[in-house]
Design a protein around this ligand. Structure first.
Ligand SMILES: Cc1cc2nc3c(=O)[nH]c(=O)nc-3n(C[C@H](O)[C@H](O)[C@H](O)COP(=O)(O)OP(=O)(O)OC[C@H]3O[C@@H](n4cnc5c(N)ncnc54)[C@H](O)[C@@H]3O)c2cc1C
Length: 485
């Protein structure tokens, strides 16, 4: 174990943190402050107090306690791939980066449980499980870099969450450092934990209820058979209709992902996966389960595809072809850079039956603001991801992007949707919370938060409008006509 000097009361914050961790794991220079001032969203302007890299629960606890002694807030940070500004620091907090807490502590194959530290990268866990017949089901498209701690805080989803459920379905127990500095365990390994589901409250809490330091995850059996199909259409409406038809037929595929023409063109030029570049839309439909059932459902999907005017149905013949089809989907955001250097990725949920109607509105809104949109999303659960692509060097373009984005959110809500499918609220969606929740709803949530964090020191200014104090951060800017965008 690393030796550390005991902190002396009255010492400056940085010195206390260095005493608790180590000199090289506490950074307060301009370089570090710049680097950790934002996440993968377009939101800029966060101010970092000091950045810490703890390696143990005790060190996280020491960081939280030092922050508290100095009247500072703290914010947990994983890989910084969040898209809603969740890890963007507000009010000079102590930024607690978990990437050095990246050990897979224990895998119990018989119990199908893994204990991990929060900085474990999502895909590293599934790679670690190779040969056990098990995997970790939530698979965000960022899984090569995002951390399990970030997945838990945002209750992340991914293509295969349609059948397997989002992160909360796969978390059994959490060791957390509470905002008071106490360490506790929420949830348990037993099937039906008694008492309030505080584990459930913590997952999706976006770091406002404390910091997860050890996590017990439920592992999922690898399916015995998988069939992956690429279905292409001349009309987006037909692709949308097939999504509803598949679910309506009682089939719940492991994944149904949709890409529109612009996305197909960008991806194909990037990965050469054999996507038809003249299609208006493609669907990736993946079925898994026992071989007989998968064969039966494949035949039904092929029939439904024909009934819904699909042009072709390509069934992957082997693992290499399956991987290639998925590579196109999983690298879509990178491929977009071929169109313009910047993007703003929105994340709303709409009823599946309104998919086509809302997509048409999205195209109309984006045309009106003279922008480009690329659509690539989890169609099976109605989770839209319109990417507004732009070049931020173009004067005034960011304002148009924010305005169009706001209209897309409002349109999704008017269609009976939800503010976020997986990216969370962070700073980005604060201003829209009133579209989904009444003042009483928001007050009830604020009271729950206050049980964990009465002084609002854990990731303040996030999730609930009442906690907001970061109005100067771009992305929450007030436009000339007075509208908040
Ligand atoms: C290219 C790309 C594709 C993406 N695809 C998907 C997708 O398919 N599905 C999806 O859901 N998301 C997706 N995302 C968004 C993002 O990757 C996820 O939200 C991810 O879970 C964030 O993990 P992170 O480690 O980067 O967290 P960060 O961005 O570092 O933090 C996110 C939030 O988690 C909190 N946090 C981090 N660690 C802890 C902890 N230990 N305890 C408590 N709170 C903590 C932070 O305070 C912050 O509020 C994508 C992002 C990119 C850039």
């Amino acid at each position: 174990m690393r030796w550390s000097r005991r902190a002396t009361p009255g010492e400056p914050l940085v010195d206390q943190l260095k005493a608790a961790l180590a000199d090289d794991r506490v950074q307060a220079g301009e370089g570090a402050k710049q680097l950790f001032s934002r996440d993968a969203s377009v939101i800029v302007g966060g101010r970092v107090g000091v950045v810490c890299f703890p390696e143990t629960t005790a060190e996280v606890q020491a960081c939280v306690c030092a922050a508290r002694r100095h009247g500072r807030a703290f914010v947990a940070r994983g890989a910084g791939t969040g898209l809603a500004g969740g890890a963007v620091p507000c009010d000079d907090p102590v930024v607690i980066v978990t990437t050095r807490m990246n050990r897979i502590l224990e895998v119990d194959v018989d119990a199908r449980v893994a204990w991990v530290e929060p900085g474990v990268v999502n895909l590293d866990l599934t790679r670690h499980l190779a040969g056990t017949g098990l995997h970790f089901a939530p698979d965000p498209s960022s899984q090569q870099s995002c951390t399990i701690g970030g997945n838990i805080a945002n209750n992340s989803g991914g293509p295969h969450c349609l059948a397997y459920g989002v992160t909360t379905e796969h978390v059994l127990a959490l060791e957390v450092v509470l905002p008071s500095g106490e360490v506790t365990v929420l949830g348990g390994l037993e099937p039906d934990a008694v008492g309030y589901d505080l584990r459930g409250a913590f997952v999706g809490g976006e770091g406002t209820l404390g910091i997860a330091t050890r996590i017990a995850l439920r592992l999922t059996d690898n399916p015995p058979a998988i069939r992956t199909m690429l279905v292409d259409f001349a009309e987006v409406a037909d692709a949308g209709a097939l999504v509803s038809a598949i679910i309506g037929a009682g089939i719940v595929p492991a994944a149904i992902e949709m890409m529109d023409r612009r996305c197909i063109e960008a991806v194909e030029a990037y990965v050469h996966a054999g996507y038809p570049t003249d299609a208006a839309a493609v669907l990736i439909v993946e079925l898994d389960g026992l071989p007989g059932g998968v064969a039966h459902e494949t035949a039904i999907v092929e029939e439904l595809a024909a009934e819904n005017n699909a042009r072709t149905v390509r069934v992957a013949q082997d693992d290499a072809e399956r991987t290639l089809i998925w590579k196109g989907r999983k690298t879509a955001f990178g491929a977009i850079a071929r169109i313009k250097p910047n993007y703003y990725l929105h994340d709303t949920v709409i009823p599946r039956t309104k998919l086509v109607e809302v997509l048409e509105s999205v195209y109309e809104i984006v045309d009106r603001y003279d922008l480009i949109v690329v659509n690539v999303f989890h169609a099976g659960d109605g989770n839209l991801h319109p990417l507004l692509v732009f070049d931020q060097r173009e004067p005034g373009v960011l304002e148009r992007v924010h305005r169009a984005g706001a209209e897309i959110v409002e349109t999704s809500m008017a269609a009976g949707g939800a503010l976020s499918g997986e990216h969370g609220i962070g700073l980005e969606k604060l201003k829209f919370m009133h579209l989904m929740f009444s003042p009483d709803d928001l007050d009830a949530q604020a009271r729950l938060r206050a049980v964990f964090d009465p002084e609002l020191v854990a990731n303040p200014a996030k999730v609930l409008p009442s906690g907001a104090s970061c109005g100067d951060i771009q992305g929450l800017a007030k436009m000339p006509d007075g509208a908040w965008v």
